[in-house]
Design a protein around this ligand. Sequence first.
Ligand code: SDX
Length: 429
Amino acid sequence: MTDRKATLTLDGKDYDLPVLTPTIGPDVLDIRKLYGQADVFTYDPGFTSTAACESAITYIDGDKGELLYRGYPIEQLAEKSSHVEVCFLLLYGELPTATQLADFTTRITRHTMVHEQMTNFFRGFRRDAHPMATMVGVVGAMSAFYHDSLDINDRWHREVSAIRLIAKLPTIAAMAYKYSIGQPFVYPKNDLSYAGNFLRMCFSVPAEEYVVNPILEKAMDRIMMLHADHEQNASTSTVRLAGSSGANPFACIAAGIACLWGPAHGGANQACLEMLREIGSVERIPEFIAKAKDKNDPFRLMGFGHRVYKNFDPRAKVMKQSADEVLELLGVHDNPLLQVAKELERIALEDEYFVSKKLYPNVDFYSGIILEAMGFPTSMFTPIFAISRTIGWISQWKEMVSDPTGKIGRPRQLYVGAPAREYSDIATR
Ligand code: SDX
């Protein structure tokens, strides 16, 4: 910790703000004592310039387009690792040994089933309920079943909740999908990989044997790795804020799922594919580019732009390469949506509006093309994002609740409402 400081001068008085130095990234002005000393708040409604916490899990350099999970570049992990190994890395901070990975994999595998009574929750939903609605409800309801792991101050409870959430989210998401198409739920199989198990729970039917396609299994596992964590994004910040009140981990993850659903966040993958489908052909791209640039038109290019990345989202690069590979291997040549996406990217990246605002494709731009080619409906895109991000949410939650200095999150405001005034009788109004 250095003794560097910044000085704020307000109404002729100086206030020292300590400068905190990160491992990498921008320095941070510590304003924790500012209100007590100067009786002023800082104002940053979108948290564009605010570090809400200290974390050692994920680092993003938006200018370089760099993403590190516990220091390891996402490109290397996507090529050489697996989602379960990335879960171990994010949760415990180091890559596992072979023995540790085998043990961790076994622990997750042994928790993939859900309590049989949880199947009743699904029957309360309409068949056409969005799977994200079902997941918010069922994941939140997990806290009604796992009373043996709700004490957030108990290290073992935190551990077993993390394992249960990592293990059961695929099962719950697959159940939400099966319920929406009127097919029976499929139990997990312990001899399958994490990604393979999810594919089988989604696509197998009792009438015939289901063999996991290794191409799809690898693509699914890579998609999960790419979405695993992403610093203090909206849904992770939601999980942290919910957790700061002492809420149980299942309730906190349900809050994260609810936030992820928004089209500005995790819902963008569904919105992006629906946009590509609406564009339909390369010829119509200029019409949509014009709409995206029109200040009076609320339309935005879904899958484009990012709060942090002002360069290519490294995940989008890997996803684009994976889309080419998967479609080729599946024998899907000249996929019209992929052609539209690539041409849209090319045109947008040459357009002054996008260049000046540093808008690039993000993680959601290509993911939907792969997921659709794998057989998923658009309504399952964000649930798959939620499955993948569960490890990020629970790792960030664990980091926060394990911090003995942690406090409940309670922002203040810039109040612009009415000053104090007397109540008036209705007869006089
Ligand atoms: C995710 O935070 C994370 O890390 C999220 C995520 C993760 O892994 O957790 O990476 C996952 O959520 C990716 C983002 C998915 N969302 C979309 O693809 C939706 C489309 N993108 C935008 O809505 C927008 O880019 C955001 C929400 C992603 C970021 O918004 P910001 O940072 O608040 O930026 P902004 O809205 O202030 O935009 C800056 C300017 C604006 O123009 P001006 O007012 O300055 O004139 O760029 C424009 C915007 O109008 N702009 C776009 C645009 N995105 C921003 N214009 C057209 N199309 C777009 N997509």
